[in-house]
Design a protein around this ligand. Structure first.
Ligand code: HEC
Ligand code: HEC
Length: 275
């Protein structure tokens, strides 16, 4: 079954590619046919004294493709104009008033499903590497203003790789056991106490001595049971040895300030439901 599926895609792509190449020949022939003889009309530009250019307009079907794209953009602009006043009005309300406004929250949910669900899940429960937004555990802060900043400008959490600084796999293993200890999981006490010295030296600048993290740097709490990349020995080992580099895209261009203001209130309300 698996074999059949991979065979199918193999042929699907091969046949598609060959057909696309074949489709280029009629195009080339069409354009050859238009080549003017003798004293042909030129565009009027002359380069290097004698180099001119035939005035060969592009086929109209080709130009039409761009026209309809322009039309699509126009439709988007019209829809924008129509709805902008609604968002403008929401932007004049406080985040608290927005969360209490059923229509506003319904609109916020629609924005979330259209723009955010592909990464955070339609229920906002997330997936490894994509944070859960309903657990009220905030890597970058729980205030409306912090969530607004997260969405409008994006975020990029940088966890450097530590294998070399820790002196190789044994060092990573020791610190991994110490993180298991911090988060209340089963661990080897000897490895963990060797790991503590290294943790205090290399990790507390961002994660704090007790592992509670730092929202200014996006350093997650590693002393609880909520994990961005997983809390098993292997997951934590990987995070420490190789590092992590999560990217939340900026939505300023796509959504603009008013929509993001409303979205931030909606996202904040998801977390508050679970307080
Ligand atoms: C420069 C700041 C910084 C330092 C120093 C640092 N970290 Fe991190 N760490 C981060 C950030 C930021 C993330 C989140 C990465 C992301 O968002 O992709 C992270 C993520 C992690 C994770 C994954 C957490 C999860 O929820 O899945 C673990 C485990 C971790 N760090 C452990 C450590 C250990 C152990 C050390 C010391 C050896 C260390 N970190 C040093 C900033 C730091
Ligand atoms: C392409 C995938 C992707 C899309 C689309 C996306 N996000 Fe994210 N988001 C992420 C990742 C990855 C992170 C974690 C960043 C990090 O590791 O520092 C994140 C982090 C966040 C956070 C911070 C959570 C915390 O604990 O502080 C919020 C809030 C958020 N996203 C909201 C949204 C909203 C709202 C949208 C839609 C407008 C959205 N995201 C769209 C990938 C995405």
């Amino acid at each position: 079954m698996a074999d059949f599926t991979s065979e199918f895609w193999h042929w699907f792509i091969a046949v598609g590619t060959i057909l696309s190449i074949l489709a280029l020949f009629p195009l080339i022939l069409m354009n050859r046919g238009h080549k003017p003889e003798g004293d042909a009309e030129t565009s009027g530009h002359v380069w290097d004294e004698d180099l001119t250019e035939y005035n060969n307009p592009l086929p109209s079907w080709w130009l039409n493709m761009f026209t309809s794209k322009g039309q699509y953009q126009k439709e988007i602009d019209v829809a924008r104009e129509q709805f902008d006043p609604v968002f403008d009005q929401y932007a004049s309300l406080s985040p608290q008033d927005l969360t209490a406004n059923v229509d506003a929250m319904r609109t916020g949910k629609r924005l979330f499903l259209n723009n955010c669900a592909q990464c955070h899940g339609s229920d906002a429960y997330g997936a490894p590497g994509f944070p859960n937004l309903v657990d009220n555990d905030w890597q970058w802060g729980s205030e409306h203003e912090q969530i607004y900043q997260t969405i409008i400008n994006g975020r990029n959490g940088i966890m450097p790789p530590w294998e070399t600084a820790l002196g190789g796999p044994h060092g990573v293993r020791d610190v991994t056991h110490y993180v298991l200890n911090l988060s209340g999981q089963e661990h080897d006490r000897e490895f963990a106490s060797a790991g503590k010295a290294k943790y205090d030296q290399l990790c507390i600048a961002c994660h704090q001595a007790n592992g509670s993290g730092n929202v200014l740097l996006g350093a997650p709490n590693i002393a609880d049971s909520i994990w961005l990349y997983g809390g098993s020995y292997d997951d934590i080992y990987h995070s420490i040895a190789i590092g992590r580099n999560g990217v939340m895209p900026a939505f300023n261009d796509l959504l603009g300030e008013d929509r993001v203001y409303l979205l931030a209130a909606y996202i904040q309300s998801l977390g508050n439901q679970n307080q």
